[in-house]
Each structure stands twice: as C-alpha cells, then as structure tokens.
Write a protein that binds this ligand. Structure first.
Ligand code: COI
Length: 381
C-alpha cells in the first residue's frame, strides 16, 4: 500500500518501540486488593456501563521526588489519596492527564490502541507544565500491570471498553508559585460504555463566540485540567440550552474553529474530501484525529488540515458544499454533529454516512475485527 502519511512530531516520538506486555509484566509490583469487588458486584457494574462512573479494584501509582526520580512503582488497591491541603495542584493546577482504552477481542485477549502515542503526548504535556517526564516503558508497564490485575473488568458488550485515565499532579505542600518538587502519577480504570448516553446519535453543538478554552502561547495543545475547566461555564450554559457540546473558536481572532473542548472536529465536504482545523498550538493533537487522518488518506481521500473560519463553514453549509461534520476523541470515538447553533444562526447537518464509515473502520481495528495494518494495537493480556 502506498503511504501518503507524513508523521506528526508526536507520532515520531511515539515510534520508539516498547517491550512486549509479557516483558513489562511485574515491573510494577502488585499489591493485591484485600477486599476486591465480589463477582456479583463486578457483574452489576459491568451491566450498567456508563462513562467514567465505576472504577476497578486497583490503580497504578508512582511518586517523583528530586532525589529519587520516579520510584515506588506499584499496582495498589484503588482508593482515596491523602493530600496535604497545601498540595500545589490544588492551588495552581499543575497537572496533566491522558485517556486511552483497553478492548476485549472475541478470543478473550485484551488490547490497547497506540499507547506510545499517549505516552509521548503525556510527556509533551509534562514539558509544558514543567512536570518531569515519565519514560514510555513506565507508562506502558503501568497500564500492563493495572489491566492484568483487573482483566476481569474489561467489558465485552458492543461499544464498551475499559477506559484508562493516567494522570500526574504536583503534590508538594507549599503556596508559592513555582514548579513542585514532588509529583504523583496514577492510572485509574473505568469500565465504560459510550461517552454520549444516546450512543451514535448525532450531537447538537453550540458554537461559542464569547468564551475560549485556550489562547496563543497558552496550554491549548496539552492535556491539562485547566483547559477543561475553562470549557465548563460555556458547557453549562449550552447544556441548559439543550446542546450536547460546545465548539470553541480561536482566541486570537474569534473567527476560526479550534475544537470541541474534549474532541477534535472534522468537516466532510460534498465531494468526499475532508477538512479539519490545523494544529495551531491551541488544539489538542488527538490520537483519534491522527488515526482518522491516516485512515482516510490511505483510502485515497483528501484530508486538509487548515484554518477554517466559522463564516466560511456557515456559507459552505448553506451552499450545500458540506455533507457531514463529526467530532472525535478517545472517549467519544467518532460522533456525528447533527446541528450547529450560535448567536443568530442554526444549521442542520443531517447526513452521516462517511462519519459512520470511519467509526466502523476505526473500531473494527481496535476490536481486532479488521487488519491492524499500521501496527496500532498493543496486546495487554
Ligand atoms: C478522551 O477523549 O479520552 C478525553 O480525555 C476527553 C474527555 C472529554 C473525556
């Protein structure tokens, strides 16, 4: 197959091989939960799959200090943390996080998708927030250890997965504004169904022209809580108005599409080509975004990463030049956008054939139902 794909910086950083799960297993010592959920409790929680509401028996945990670097790497019982009220993260938000999933294949094996992309992005975020980097091998070993300890929590219902949430926060107790001298890294796991309760149903999006999630030189392209906190007030207002999500515009000109706060956005043109906002430094370089671009280009479709103004988009929709729009991310996978509303406009986008196709293609690879031709899958258990 001819490849038209030019790897992004993150894809290049993610390219270094990591050892297999069998080689990494045990690197993070297991401290078994003395009182794990009973089979009946686990079955009940796996039955009512929501998103991010139930958690497994264990969590991965390591600590960083100036003298010792990352140490105390363990898989320990899931439970509350003890944190000094002066802990730096509580005051200045020095924290980063990731999101990836473990999938159960029909033969019972458990896999994850592009974990080194997440490892590379975590370090990209770490650098921006002056947090020490975590070696890729440690990132993947923590996931192997946790998923192997809690393998029975990986659901197999259609559309389900074990959502993995790695995160790092500043733990030093002090009130001055400077980088912390100690950090905690954790991975928690949540058996999950679809991110949107209504499943693949198209979402209703509010286009936000008053508030922004990130500005030039800020932290828009890293995964840190502050960006999500900035999105909450407009989200609350949008939900009040009956909208599922908010589409943010760029803070510098308030004219161009950025992202949906928790998801990247794509436009499918009537001629079958696609457009997505280029990575300006204010947009999260989504792993799902990167994978979709690669899949579509391999299919021979044109995918252009460009500056997309809201004005151009609304004109193109009225002219019939836009066929579909969708949002994508690890949690939401690929979700059709059924309507866009903002101050003084409302447009419906009823089609979602290409969107459905890309959802099917991506999830078929993740679930082991289609050939993993790019080597994206990593066997965990
Ligand atoms: C993810 O897609 O994994 C995220 O972290 C975004 C959040 C909306 C759940």
């Amino acid at each position: 197959m001819t490849s038209t794909h030019t790897p992004t910086d993150l894809e290049l950083a993610a390219a270094a091989a990591v050892p297999s799960a069998d080689e990494l297993a045990g690197a993070w010592a297991l401290q078994p939960h003395p009182n794990p959920a009973s089979e009946a409790e686990r079955a009940a929680r796996l039955e009512r799959l929501g998103f991010g509401v139930d958690f497994t028996d264990h969590m991965a945990h390591a600590t960083w200090t100036v003298g010792d670097g990352w140490h105390n790497k363990v898989i320990e019982p899931y439970g509350p943390l003890s944190l000094d009220p002066a802990g730096a993260v509580l005051h200045y938000g020095q924290e980063v996080f990731e999101g990836l999933k473990a999938y159960r294949h029909t033969d019972g094996s458990v896999w994850t998708f592009r974990p080194t992309y997440n490892a590379a992005r975590l370090n990209h975020s770490n650098r921006r927030l002056a947090i020490p980097e975590l070696p890729h091998d440690d990132f993947v070993a923590s996931i192997v250890g946790l998923v192997r300890a809690d393998a029975q929590w990986v659901p197999d219902a259609p559309g389900s997965s074990l959502y993995l949430r790695p995160f790092i926060f500043a733990s030093e107790a002090f009130l001055g504004v400077r980088a912390s001298t100690s950090y905690e890294y954790l991975v928690i796991a949540s058996p999950s169904g679809p991110y949107f309760q209504h499943g693949f149903q198209p979402i209703n999006v509010w286009v936000e022209e008053t508030y922004h999630r990130a500005g030039p030189g800020g932290m828009g392209d890293v995964k840190t809580g502050g960006n999500y906190a900035a999105s909450l007030l407009p989200k609350v207002a949008a939900h009040g108005g009956g909208y599922d999500e908010v589409l943010f515009l760029d803070a510098a000109t308030n004219t161009n599409l950025d992202e949906l706060g928790g998801m990247n956005v794509f436009i499918v043109m009537a001629d079958g080509s696609l457009k997505t906002p280029r990575l300006t430094g204010n947009i999260l370089p989504g792993g799902t975004r990167a994978s979709i671009i690669q899949l579509l280009r391999e299919q021979g479709r044109s995918v252009s990463e460009e500056t997309i103004s809201l004005r151009w988009l609304l004109d193109a929709i009225s002219a019939g030049d836009v066929a579909e729009m969708f949002a994508c991310g690890t949690a939401a996978v690929v979700t059709a956008i059924g309507a866009l509303t903002g101050e003084g406009f409302h447009v419906d986008i009823p089609e979602n054939t290409v969107t459905r196709g890309i959802y099917d293609e991506l999830t078929a690879i993740q679930l082991g139902e289609a050939e993993d031709r790019f080597g994206w899958l990593y066997r965990l258990a």
